[in-house]
Design a protein around this ligand. Sequence first.
Ligand code: NAI
Length: 340
Amino acid sequence: QEAPSARVGLVDWFFGASGIGGKRASFTVAVLGAAGGIGQTLSAFIKANPKVAELRLYDVAPVVRGVAADVSHVNTRAKVSGYVGDDELEACLRGCDLVIIPAGVPRKPGMSRDDLFGVNAGIVRTLCEGVAKTCPNAIVNIISNPVNSTVPIAAEVFKNHGCYDARKLLGVTHLDVMRAKTFVAAAKGFDDPTLVDVPVIGGHAGTTILPLLSQTTPRCSFTPEEVSALTSRIQNGGTEVVEAKGGAGSATLSMAAAAAEFADACLRGLSGESGIWACAYVESKATRAPFFATKVLLGRNGVERVAGTGTLSSYEKRALESMLPELEASIKKGINFLHS
Ligand code: NAI
């Protein structure tokens, strides 16, 4: 007797009913730095996304071909291929709709994200030059740290090549949002963190990460002690992982999940879905810092609208004022890198 066909697929698990027999796979997505801790897991997640027709995996490490072979065995629609080194960057990027960049070195205990600037600035510049030459209309998601500076670096590269479109360049701060949801749900006894919403604004380093607990939904109140403890835990979530891994890297698994969820939001916007809001670090007029993370509306052209900060508590107002000098300095450092 024939067994009934059971719907126990990976796509179903990650993306629900909309993934099965839903919109046809149509997008080409590249992961640059795909052999790394974030890149490998992220690639497996993206392979499961039913909106992806082609997945291109690039790294300077030759093992990326093996990563591509491995990921290609997952039984979803996306065709997977691997690319190694400068000579193959162009082939990897040709025709891409979305380029996700987690290439670069991660922190070790005791390091700040800014300590990575020396190595990662050059990597992001080179990869963005490839994007500018090969797929200047692609949406670009920057994960490589320090995000506060690498996004301005990418913007300068695109400006130099005459193809800068602020709507298409997004720094990925979604892990801060995931942490905020997780930690707030635990503190307030919500049993499903996916239903919690906490905007996280500013940047992606230390005190530039500002969770707006006053705007949490479902509505709930926090004592001043809770605000201070939760804010600090969300700001230091990355360091918590760096220390727990004891020198063997920074957040990779949660980051891969965050990047996959964020990429899916970008693809949903590109496919014309409406009402797709997510926090991201983008060119912004929300404050005096030229790049700033707030909620953004994602659509067919990338960022269709950048939200303001909304009404802030007095704690949040103070925190915002005191982080801006650091954020502005990191942005300037990124811009100057291209002109030095
Ligand atoms: P990893 O060291 O495990 O992997 C990095 C990968 O980049 C390696 O496979 C390496 O070969 C590759 N790579 C180096 N130079 C390259 C180049 N020129 N072109 C292409 N690939 C290149 O590091 P991991 O843990 O995956 O972290 C990657 C980056 O993501 C780090 O900068 C880290 O700080 C950042 N990160 C960002 C987060 C965020 O919230 N935005 C959270 C966690 C990490």
